[in-house]
Design a protein around this ligand. Structure first.
Ligand SMILES: Cc1cc2nc3c(=O)[nH]c(=O)nc-3n(C[C@H](O)[C@H](O)[C@H](O)COP(=O)(O)OP(=O)(O)OC[C@H]3O[C@@H](n4cnc5c(N)ncnc54)[C@H](O)[C@@H]3O)c2cc1C
Length: 310
């Protein structure tokens, strides 16, 4: 079995999702190659080569790949796909954009969001917002995305060779215009060790900021939100946690005034310790929570913030 894993990076730094997806690739078994595609991303290729279990890093460096447009990355992957039985990527925004295109170009059906590897062609993945686990068996070449929170990161004791690969003429109807990135001192939501999330009950953006952010800052936590809080404009879209938002797996998840709808819970199932603060003792979130604080979040959250700050 030969496996090609698409490395995720921003031309400067290798994303931690890659080391986790690598663990899934190694469990599939066989020779794992990492594809680092971008522009001026030599440092990333070197970091990728240090990941344990990588047999070779393929380094594709070209101006066309500077912004890693999915249309171009998928063409590049297809150009080298003949040599591989399995094509794999983390199920992040990038992986979810690139791999379905690869699958379509190769006329294959993608296996999305795997959470466990039972054999070289046998996987488990969540369905119905995580309420059931589907066992999938494949035959022949396979295209897979990996839910990285379900796998521990590979360590960094490797020393794989780096091979420069030529980049074919890539053309895309899509054009990169600009990257709009929000700079924040807070940890990144999907890899944060602690997350504080707020729900619709916060009532306004001002209250969300006044109640949730101080607790997050006191804990050094990332901030998350329910979809209803995002839809109401209390929190930006990229803070949404859940089925149609981000999947998180922190050591501590604090849900403030969030009911615990299945679509929200789908995004927090891998959290180690869940603390729920809700005024309704029957709220569904309490079925999942390790610690339940029943009461008014406008009293309890500031009290918790004061206690943590001490
Ligand atoms: C296809 C689909 C995809 C979806 N994807 C997502 C998703 O990715 N993420 C997501 O979050 N949702 C998602 N949803 C929406 C989801 O079904 C719920 O509507 C949403 O999660 C509810 O948000 P909430 O808990 O903030 O609000 P509510 O359900 O309105 O809950 C508010 C909670 O706050 C409590 N409360 C009220 N006042 C206070 C107070 N003063 N102190 C303490 N507690 C208080 C209430 O008891 C209640 O439990 C999706 C829905 C669909 C149909």
């Amino acid at each position: 079995m030969k496996i090609l894993l698409l490395a995720e990076h921003d031309n400067q730094t290798l994303s931690p999702h890659t080391a986790r997806a690598l663990t899934a690739a190694r469990q599939i078994g066989g020779e794992v190659h990492l594809l680092v595609a971008g522009q001026g991303c030599g440092h990333v290729a070197e970091a990728a080569a240090r990941l344990s279990g990588v047999a070779k890093v393929l380094h594709a460096d070209a101006p066309a790949l500077a912004h890693q447009l999915a249309e171009l990355l998928s063409e590049l992957i297809v150009s080298v796909a003949d040599g591989y039985d399995t094509l794999l990527a983390p199920a992040t925004s990038t992986g979810k954009n690139v791999m379905p295109r690869v699958a379509a170009l190769l006329d294959l059906m993608q296996v999305s969001d795997i959470i466990a590897v039972d054999g070289p062609n046998s996987f488990r993945r969540p369905i119905y917002a995580g309420n059931a686990i589907e066992h999938v068996e494949t035959s022949g070449k396979q295209v897979i995305t990996v839910r990285t929170t379900a796998f521990v990161p590979a360590d960094t004791e490797g020393a794989a060779p780096i091979e420069q690969i030529s980049v074919p003429d890539l053309a895309s109807p899509a054009e990169w215009i600009e990257d709009i990135t929000v700079t924040t001192e807070r940890p990144e939501l999907t890899s944060a060790k602690r997350v504080v999330s707020g729900g619709r009950s916060l009532g306004s953006k001002e209250k969300f900021d006044a109640v949730i952010l101080p607790l997050a800052d006191a804990l050094g936590a990332a901030v998350g939100a329910s979809r209803d809080a995002v839809d109401e404009g209390f929190a930006p879209n990229d803070w949404q946690v859940g089925q149609t938002g981000k999947t998180v797996a922190p050591e501590l998840y604090i849900a403030c005034g969030i009911s615990g709808a299945i679509q929200h819970v789908a995004g927090i199932k891998d959290a180690k310790v869940i603390v729920a603060i809700n005024s309704d003792p029957e709220a569904p979130i309490f079925k999942l929570a390790d610690y339940a604080l029943v009461g008014d979040l406008f009293e309890l959250v500031p009290e918790l913030t004061r206690a943590v700050s001490k």
